[in-house]
Design a protein around this ligand. Sequence first.
Ligand code: 1CP
Length: 349
Amino acid sequence: MTPSSTKSPRDSALVRAARRQSVPHTPVWFMRQAGRSLPEYRKVREGVAMLDSCRRPELVAEITLQPVRRHGVDAAILFSDIVVPLAAVGVELDIVPGVGPVIAQPFRTHADLDRLPELTPEHVPYITEAVGMVLAELGATPLIGFAGAPFTLASYLVEGGPSKNHEHTKAMMHGDPELWQELCARLAQIAGAFLRVQAQAGASVVQLFDSWVGVLSRKDYETYVQPHSRAALSAVDDLDVPKIHFGTGTGELLAAMGAAGADVVGVDFRTSLTDARARLGDGYAVQGNLDPALLFAPWPALERAVRSIVTEGAQAPGHIFNLGHGVLPDTDPEVLTRVVDLVHEASAG
Ligand code: 1CP
C-alpha cells in the first residue's frame, strides 16, 4: 500500500469497500470485537457496571482501541450498546451481566410513549467526547459508529428484555399497529440522532444493528419495520458516511434491508455471500459472514472457511470480511488475530 492511500480514514480499505471501490486488500473487523473476548477488556471493566463504562469517555476510548492494537483490524467500533441512547433519554433500564438489557417497566400502551422523548446531542455528550479521544489515536483507521434499529430496540422495550419468541412485540405490531408505528417512529428518531452524533464527531462509517429482525416475514418487515429503519439511516444522508445494515436470520429480508437505505448489507452465516449477492444485485457491498462458532474449529478447517469467504466476497461489488454474528465470549483472541492476517494475505494484490 502506498503511504498516500493510508492517510485518511476516507481512503481506507473499509470505507472504499463500503463504497464499492477498489481495495488493496479485503478489510476485516469483527462484530463485538470490543468488550468480549479480550483479557485487557475484562481488566479495565473490573468493578465498573456496563452502562457506567459506556458513559466514561477515557474508558470507552481505551476499550474501543484495544482490538485495533491487538488484532490490526481495519476498523474500530465504538464501545457502547444499543440501549445507551434509550437510557440517555431517560428510559429506566440496566444491562445485567449474563442476561443483557432489562427494562424496568416494559412498553405496552400509548401512555408509555411519553417515556420516549427525542434524543438530542445534549443527551450524550460523553459519546462526542469519546469519539474525539478515539480519533486522536486511530489515525487512518476508520471508526464505525452504530445504533440499534427500531425493531430490535422495540423488541427490548416491549418484551422487557431479551426474548426468544418476541410474542409481545408481534402482538403489538399486529394488534395495535398505530401504537407500534408511533413507537418505532420515536425509536427511529433516537437511533438516527445517535448515529448522527457519532458521524458528526468523526465516525467514518455507521452500522445499524437489527439483530433480531430475522424473526419477521418479509411482508411484516416491509409493512412494520422498513420505513422506520429507512428513517434512522436517512438521518446521516448528508454526512457522507457509508451505512452498513445488519441482522441475523435475514436471508429472506436482505433485499428489503438494502432498500431501507444501506450501502452495505450485513449477511449472517446462514446465507452464503454468493446467495446474498444474487438477492441483492450489484448495488450493494456485502459484509460477513464467518460463523463465529468456527473460530473454535482446528486451524485447517477454519482457514478453509476463511479463504472460501474471501473468494466469494471478491465476486461482490464490495466486501468487508466479518463474522456472521458477534464474537463469542470464549473465543481465543489469538485466533482472531490469525484470521485478520489470513484475510489480508489471501486478498492482497
Ligand atoms: O464490539 C463491541 O462489542 C462494541 C460494543 C457493543 C455493541 C456493538 C456492545 C457492548 N453491544 C453492542 C451491540 C448490541 N447490544 C447488539 C447488536 C449486536 C449483536 O447482535 O450482537 C445487541 C442485540 C445488544 C444487546 C445486548 N447488550 C446483549 C444481547 C442480549 C440478548 O438479547 O441476547 C447483551 C448481552 C448486551 C450487553 C453488552 N453489550 C456490550 C457488552 C460488552 C455487553 C456485555 C456487558 C456485560 O455483561 O457486562
